[in-house]
Design a binder for this molecule. Sequence first.
Ligand code: TYD
Ligand code: MG
Length: 449
Amino acid sequence: MARPSAVFVCGACGGETLKWQGQCPLCGEWNALQQREARTRPAAAAPAMAVVPLSGAGLAGSALTRLASGSGELDRVLGGGIVPGGVMLLGGDPGIGKSTLLLQVAAHVAAAHPVLYASGEESIAQVGLRAQRLGLAADSLALLAETDLSGILEHTRERRAALLVIDSIQTVQSASAQAAPGAISQLRECTAELVRFAKTSGTAVVIVGHVTKEGAIAGPRLLEHLVDTVLYFESDAGSRHRIVRATKNRFGAVNELGFFAMTGTGLKEVRNPAAIFLARAPVPAPGSIVTVIREGGRPLLIELQALVDRMRFGAPRRVAQGLDANRLAMLLAAANRHAGVSLQEHDVFANVVGGIEISETAWDLPVVLALASSLNGRALPPDMVAFGEIGLTGEVRPVPYGDERLREALAQGFRRAIVPAGNAPRSPPAGLRVVAVARIAEALEAAFV
Ligand code: TYD
Ligand code: MG
């Protein structure tokens, strides 16, 4: 069959159709279709393959020395530093601190290797001013206010840069995609071009991607499959703490967390984050308890709060913030059946203080204790922690890393712990009284002595 000689390309989404229409049938954009000669299939290129044995001399010459980012927390999330030729995507809400972090990283790397920081969002003067404010002295850090990708790559090649920062992918534009900067086809094409560049030149590339209001559609999620490493910057509204999470990493573990605090002079790493979410009221209050969760390979002490209130009308409400609401409903049923904590006539609210999301099950036991505490109006001892999973038959099940959690609780000044029998250490750490429980009822008895 003869191929059509022309196609129409949408300027917004980059989709192709065979006939002109007022509205793009793919994305719904009006007046965006433009005629273009149909792509002819490129002549088959000569095979350019190289077979390299995985062991032996083939890889010896290409030993990858990772670049230290200057921040132990970021290196940890990356799996030990920035990999030459690797492409990393840093996503996050506008204003969360992506440019600040990367400017600090770029300046650190620039002390030993040439670095190019391409900013399409801010002028050179603005970036320079920020670098000054952050006290960064970086003589071999080159700033470039440019949005044309081929220009950026040319400069990078010329300088033989070891690191290229693109801030942000939503502002760059490649001539080979006929769409406005930020359009889906531009994002894809530019990222693919950057990946090809990184792999052939050995330059590490960091791409900033704003998480836009439309989120999944025009944001960094679209590019995740193209890059080697995906990092997301998270923060609680109003908090100065920032968490960097690796959701994909070809060079390290995923779900590692790095902790930072935004200060007047840039992002400072938080080396011991175990207690950063812990800011408790000075007077013990009913419904509050501290638990030890394990997120990103580290134990974290977190305050859980529960409030039960006599239901006024309609069906009882179950609201969970930072916790899985279905699991909360299951815990309410288990506590009712196996420990007589009856909350059918009550509205129930459970909250994780600090805005972190808990995905493991170690919060089961502390939440039940907090619910009972709120129901009885009796505060739990302020020097007590609890963790453990609860099963449907009312048993308290062990969770991984029990010893590590206990050690961290002791280090943060806690003196009592209610833990699953399966997590009871043979010799508890000195200074910590560990109560091992096998069932919900036992835990309640031990908590309210
Ligand atoms: P920025 O890095 O520009 O965010 P992004 O690139 O993710 O959009 O961060 C801007 C915010 O950080 C802004 O609200 C001001 C704050 N900030 C500080 O608090 N201290 C500092 O030293 C700097 C440079 C920024
Ligand atoms: Mg920025």
